[in-house]
Design a protein. Structure first.
Length: 280
């Protein structure tokens, strides 16, 4: 008898799917009050930058070899900036993104998010910070396949313990912001790549985070869809949102108002100006 082929899901998506299923099983019970939040950054603090890195190093050990992914990075990003971090493969940009997103910690140096030094924060509190303060947008969308657009957008709010009515209201509003008010009940398989990425952007927006951190957000899109996504980021920035793009494409970077170039784990250029150019 031939062996049956197993369906393998990405771990993060599978965990989110299980979480949503458990929420559905408890949906008939009275809604619980949202848990008391742990101490976390306060996005409204005047004069405090969203991002502040001071002499950040990151070193990985590969056998007996020390790989220096970041070498003394210093960086300050103010509230409301639109920044592109540009670098080739192996430049250190992904390591930098992981540190900015609280997915990894520096080997040495200081990283402050809204004034909070994340070195002294435990794993549970870091997860809370990621959910509430950072809106992630990934190249591969990371939507739950068998879950409709609205429920995908609601997911961070469900993790935070927000009750159903408020989740639904905020998810629909976020989808409206990205032009998908007529796609709230569609599954990812019923959406184009550009529409799936817009759902991912709505999910990033729904918690009203301190910043949106987008990793190669146009990498899986055609030219037209890429332009639509970058136009959304531009409009969000005009509304005061802090946007950080991680990219290797100059045609994407020119849409930002500030371009930071990284090579061999070091920032080699930090340029400011008006966004120009088109995707192509």
């Amino acid at each position: 008898m031939p062996r049956r082929r197993r369906y393998v899901e990405r771990p993060a998506v599978a965990r989110a799917q299980r979480f949503l299923e458990s929420r559905r099983e408890r949906s008939s019970r009275p809604a619980r009050q949202a848990p008391v939040p742990r101490p976390r950054p306060r996005s409204s603090r005047p004069g405090v930058p969203v991002i502040e890195l001071d002499d950040v190093h990151k070193t990985y050990s590969v056998g007996d070899i020390a790989v220096h992914a970041l070498r003394g990075v210093g960086l300050r990003i103010e509230r409301g900036e639109y920044v592109a971090i540009v670098g080739a493969s192996g430049s250190g940009k992904t390591t930098l993104m992981n540190i900015l997103g609280c997915l990894d910690t520096p080997t040495s140096g200081t990283y402050r998010l809204n004034g909070l030094d994340v070195r002294g924060v435990d794993e549970d509190a870091l997860a809370d910070i990621r959910n509430r303060e950072i809106g992630f947008v990934f190249q591969s969308f990371n939507l739950i396949p068998r879950t409709r657009a609205q429920a995908n957008v609601e997911l961070p709010l469900a993790y935070a313990g927000l009750h159903r009515a408020a989740r639904q209201e905020r998810a629909v509003a976020a989808l409206r912001q990205v032009g998908l008010s007529n796609r709230v009940h569609h599954l990812p398989s019923e959406l184009s790549g550009g529409q799936q990425q817009r759902v991912a952007i709505a999910r990033a927006l729904v918690t009203n985070p301190a910043m949106i951190l987008a990793d190669e957000p146009t990498g899986a899109l055609d030219t037209v869809s890429s332009a639509e996504v970058l136009d959304i980021f531009g409009r969000l920035n005009e509304q005061g949102r802090t946007i950080i793009l991680i990219t290797h494409e100059q045609s994407v970077a020119v849409h930002a108002r500030r371009v930071i170039r990284i090579s061999d784990g070091t920032i080699i250029a930090d340029e400011r100006g008006e966004p120009t150019g088109a995707v192509g």
